[in-house]
Design a binder for this molecule. Structure first.
Ligand code: APR
Ligand code: MG
Length: 286
């Protein structure tokens, strides 16, 4: 294991994110802004995948598909976001939809179908970057899937309990030295790590560490992590430089919550789905 000390942390703020606010060229089309494939939403958890997919679309992905980790997609169409294409995971993975970034694990569950689906995705992702969240991380911690994720970058997005499961320690130990926990995970999995919670830590595979300055306790509500995963996949699919995409999504997610609180929509009662509209407004307002 590489034990070189990680690079001392910079702060992620608006000024550090020029790529997030770059203007669109006139001569562009939906293919210019990438295709996100969301693999998640096992039985009873379809909403997690939908939250990620809607957020991916609203912060600018050209196209978004969901592959539910169920035998058949539980709904034909998302009534609130009919632009998102809904499939079962098998048909999403076995056909080439031109996905330019994958978001996997949101509400996927921890059963055999979830594990098999993720293992298949690692083989079939065709080099496209992968964001792995939630139960995808829990399956990894349990040894039910292996980190044989093939070519292309990987971004892991644990909250402190998930990070603890991956490292074989408790969440309190993770919280006692968050930069070190993120760095341990980045080394172990040769991946980008987004260690969530107040002051989200971003660690690059080479140990570059940054701490996010945006966000507030309004985010402490179900589904906000799914929205973050969708935003990460979206900016990566849009081909922002990877460091700008990862830091940009983390900052935008927190800044959206800050904007909602400033409008009186939170911290109490802020809902995860509202973040995507606020984030879209921020990207367009610069
Ligand atoms: N300050 C700033 N940010 C916060 C705060 C806070 N006090 N509390 C939470 N957040 C942010 C985190 O940084 C993260 O981006 O909200 C998000 C919460 O993400 P998750 O913990 O993954 O929450 P959730 O979306 O409900 O997860 C859904 O996935 O990880 C599993 O156990 C989880 O089953 C649940 C599912
Ligand atoms: Mg989560």
């Amino acid at each position: 294991m590489n034990t070189t000390a990680p690079t001392a942390g910079g702060v992620i703020d608006r000024a550090a994110l020029p790529a997030l606010f770059a203007r669109r060229g006139q001569d562009t089309h939906k293919g210019s802004f990438g295709t996100v494939g969301v693999v998640g939403g096992g039985p009873g958890m379809a909403g997690a995948a939908l939250l990620a997919a809607r957020a991916a679309l609203k912060i600018g992905a050209g196209k978004v598909l969901v592959g539910f980790a169920q035998e058949a997609a539980p709904l034909a169409c998302d009534p609130l976001q009919p632009e998102v294409m809904l499939r079962d995971a098998r048909s999403l993975l076995e056909e080439d939809w031109g996905v330019t970034a994958w978001v996997a694990g949101c509400g996927i569950g921890t059963g055999a179908l979830a594990a098999n689906t993720l293992s298949e995705l690692f083989v079939l992702r065709r080099g496209a970057p992968l964001v792995l969240d939630a139960d995808g991380l829990n399956l990894l911690a349990r040894g039910d899937i292996q980190p044989n994720w093939g070519d292309g970058p990987v971004v892991l997005t644990p909250h402190p309990a998930e990070a603890g499961r991956l490292l074989g320690i408790g969440a309190a130990e993770v919280q006692a030295d968050r930069p070190d926990a993120a760095w341990q995970l980045a080394q172990r999995y040769r991946a980008w790590v987004v260690l969530k919670g107040a002051g989200t830590v971003v660690c690059a595979p080479d140990g570059g560490l940054h701490i996010n300055a945006s966000g507030n306790p309004g985010l402490a509500t179900a589904g906000t992590g799914d929205v973050l995963a969708g935003m990460l996949g979206s900016l990566i699919a849009q081909k922002l430089p990877l460091d700008q995409a990862v830091a940009g999504a983390v900052w935008l997610h927190g800044a959206a919550a800050d904007a909602l609180v400033a409008q009186g929509i939170g911290p109490i009662g802020l809902t995860a789905g509202e973040l995507a509209d606020a984030a879209r407004a921020l990207r367009n307002a610069s």
